[in-house]
Design a protein around this ligand. Structure first.
Ligand code: MOS
Length: 734
């Protein structure tokens, strides 16, 4: 199916099951602990061995020698794989990291060897017996020290152009009566998903099957094949359940590649998991950014100039963190300049983490707006309303939907924003100083071609297969809902099978395009199945009504399963998208409101309550969407208050590389979170008219909290996370 004109009314609009807060498809499996995550595939292949990865002990330099003799002689050891015996390894496409130091070391904890043994304990013990001699070299580890040497890189596949200009930014900024020019920093952040990276790799001749934890099957097979130098159709990946990814499992990470190599080396299946303490330096992360934001405004609050320049660092060839993308589209202003700069750093690779670009970018931009509002003596909500963009400010095209002002207005109303005292430090509650803050939110709404296979059997049950993954988001459920709606079936007559690369291709879980893309693919396949069913039953395809497990035209009605009486009906289709995303700006919008208390004596910050208002097209399932948003809000609390990978700038590594040192919000840190959805559909995005929401829920959260802290204390912290020592000294004055 080709989707190139806006959708009219279709079977999805009946909303019999779409748009309803139905329970998760896999809820019982997860709550009973019987959903099989990557490391838990125990009986799928016999004779499994275990691999344990040794990470480099230096950040930059080269391996002079590796002595594996003691490890190889240790009990149960089958092999020790290093760059000397691994065979050639190419790089994938998405990442620039190399999966083995060979012999140059690019970053700390880059894999150096994998010890393989008959048990996990033997493999771990053997890894400890490998002796590696390194020659250390000087590295570049401190982004701040590299600013002057950081060029504007060429445009990349992600994040659009690296520089954009509209009008005369410099002139307009210089002439503006009210300006903000401040620098903000967002530190290196870890995905810190619950399930570690893990893979069971098994070869059958020259064909490889990996039970693994990967968000994007299509990238995974592409990259595994490229790295190992084997045909793509010889690679099968299986990930039925994924314990969180946040972009950290976009495609193959080291454990997948090394499990495959180790399995080939020992001639039996090998299982490898990354222990938590390797994950922070061995895999990817959200790279630190230093961001300078310029705002120039008239006294009535109208922005005349917006500028945003942002620095990040990466390994040679790595991508920039595209923080400026939301600055290009959130607010109107005639004169604009955005620019990304990229330094070379010898730290682990920076790459996608939930709302790459928007999440850290808004952490800067939305504080700057708060600073401007204060200078203007204007309410922060009103400032954003006044500067709402009517058309896309850089491309000049219309937004398909843009309900940003409603998000702001409804949020202000529901949160009780009018009670806010704009004077910092003016509200006390015992020892607590109380503040309210808000921020706007925006995240692009990409959508990509997606396929699905649907099978109707004689019992009237439809089975859907796609390579879509479920990273905790609810993919199974929205696939089930879409097929049920299309075929007029109750939910329990739809079986959803996901997470197998042999199923029809989708973009997988990433960039919040999973749900909109896969539901559109299921729509296409089901549209085809409806035609086939109607034909089989002797109905005119356009006239048949599918409802309650029956197909009817006029007063003639048959159970749907009758169409499969002679054998299953199986059809497959792929939805492809025309140029609607070029004719319309596809975005999702939101507004976040936060109330915090700051302990006047200790500086401790507690988030007291938060509200998110989101506009993201049709909400497929409000229960799941709310889960997505409150997950994003929780992550935003972490970004605002806790999360930071601390760089040892002498030795070149992330020091706090475990969940004791890398703090994320726990239950006690998270108060009641309220979520409200704006009722809208976007017929230009797909026949299902839904956009993603998983990343929108994070963007804007941290700056709303930062602005609330400022409203409480009057101390502007521009360096995340806002830990108590950053405002403690100033609190004495309040
Ligand atoms: Mo996302 S950071 O594209 O999983």
């Amino acid at each position: 199916m080709k989707f190139d004109t806006p959708a009219g009314e279709n079977p999805i609009d009946r909303l019999a099951v779409i748009g309803r807060p139905v329970d998760r498809y896999e809820a019982r499996l997860k709550t009973t602990g019987t959903a099989t995550y990557a490391y838990e595939h125990h009986d799928v292949v016999p004779n499994v061995a275990y691999g344990y990865i040794l990470g480099a002990a230096v950040a930059k330099g080269r391996i002079v020698s590796i002595d594996t003799r003691a490890a190889e002689a240790a009990p149960g050891v089958l092999a020790v794989v290093t760059h000397e015996n691994a065979g050639p390894l190419d790089r994938g496409k998405f990442y620039v990291q190399r999966m083995l130091a060979a012999p140059e070391v690019d970053h700390y904890h880059q894999p150096v060897a994998v010890a393989v043994a008959t048990s996990f304990e033997e493999a771990r013990a053997a890894a400890g017996l490998i002796r590696v001699a390194y020659e250390r070299a000087a590295g570049r580890f401190d982004l701040a020290a590299q600013l002057d040497s950081a060029p504007v890189p060429p445009p990349a596949e992600f994040g659009g152009p690296t520089e954009s200009r509209v009008g005369d930014f410099a002139g307009a900024f210089a002439a503006a009566p009210v300006t903000v020019d401040e620098t903000y920093t967002v530190p290196d952040q870890a995905h810190a998903m619950m399930e570690p990276h893990a893979t069971l790799a098994s070869w059958d001749g020259d064909r490889l099957t990996c039970w693994t934890s990967i968000q994007q099957m299509n990238w995974g097979t592409r990259d595994v094949a490229a790295i190992l130098g084997i045909p793509r159709d010889h690679v099968r990946l299986v990930s039925p359940f994924i314990g969180g990814g946040f972009g950290g499992k976009g495609t193959a990470q080291a454990e997948l590649i090394l499990a495959a190599i180790a399995a080939r080396a020992v001639g039996r299946p090998v299982k490898v998991a990354l222990q938590r303490s390797l994950m922070f330096n061995m895999t990817i992360h959200r790279p630190k950014t230093i961001q300078r934001v310029y705002l120039g405004a008239e006294r009535d609050g109208r922005l005349t100039a917006i500028g945003h320049e942002s620095w990040s660092g990466n390994l040679e060839g790595g991508r920039t963190e595209p923080t400026v993308i939301s600055t290009r589209t959130l607010y109107a202003a005639p004169h604009r300049l955005t620019r990304l700069r990229l330094a070379t750093l010898d730290l682990a690779e920076g790459n996608a983490m939930r709302a790459p670009g928007e999440a850290p970018g808004l952490m800067a931009l939305e504080i700057a707006l708060d600073e401007l509002a204060e200078k203007l003596g204007m309410d922060p909500v009103e400032l954003r309303v006044v500067n709402d963009a009517k058309t896309e400010p850089e491309k000049g095209i219309p937004y398909s939907t843009r309900r940003f002002v409603e998000c702001l207005r409804i949020g202000a109303e529901r949160f009780g924003w009018s009670a806010r005292n704009p004077l910092p430090g003016s509200v006390r509650d015992g020892d607590w100083i109380v503040g309210l803050g808000m921020a706007g939110a925006i995240r692009g709404a990409p959508i990509s071609k997606a396929g699905a296979r649907v099978r109707l059997d004689r019992t009237g049950t439809v089975t859907v297969e796609t390579d879509m993954t479920d990273i905790g988001t609810g993919s199974y459920t929205v696939v089930q809902q879409t097929a049920a709606e299309m075929m007029g079936l109750p939910l329990d007559r739809v079986v959803a099978r996901l997470g197998d690369s042999t199923f029809p291709e989708t973009p997988g879980s990433g960039g919040q395009q999973g749900a909109p893309s896969v539901t559109a693919g299921v729509y296409a396949a089901c549209a085809k199945l409806r035609d086939a069913v109607a034909r089989r039953l002797g109905f005119e395809a356009g006239e048949a009504v599918f409802a309650d497990g029956r197909v009817s035209v006029g007063d003639r009605s048959l159970p749907i399963g009758r169409a499969a009486q002679e054998g299953d009906l199986v059809v497959e289709d792929l939805i492809e998208f025309g140029d609607l995303s070029k004719r319309f700006a596809h975005q999702t919008f939101g507004a976040h409101f936060a109330e915090v208390g700051v302990d006047a004596f200790t500086g401790e910050v507690r988030v007291r309550r938060m509200l998110a208002v989101c506009a993201a097209g049709r909400i497929l399932n409000p229960k799941l969407a709310r889960s997505q948003v409150i997950g994003g809000m929780t992550m935003g609390i972490g970004a605002a208050l806790m999360e930071e990978m601390v760089v040892d700038a002498r030795r070149g590594f992330f020091v706090n590389h475990d969940l004791a040192g890398y703090e994320v919000p726990v239950h006690a840190d998270v108060p009641h979170l309220d979520v409200h959805f704006i009722d809208e559909v976007d017929p230009t995005i797909s026949p299902v008219k839904a956009k993603g929401i998983g990343e929108l829920g994070l963007t804007g959260v941290a700056p709303a909290i930062a602005n609330a802290i400022y409203n409480a204390t009057g101390i502007r912290v521009r360096e995340y996370p806002i830990t108590l020592e950053k405002h403690l000294a100033g609190l004495a004055a309040i």
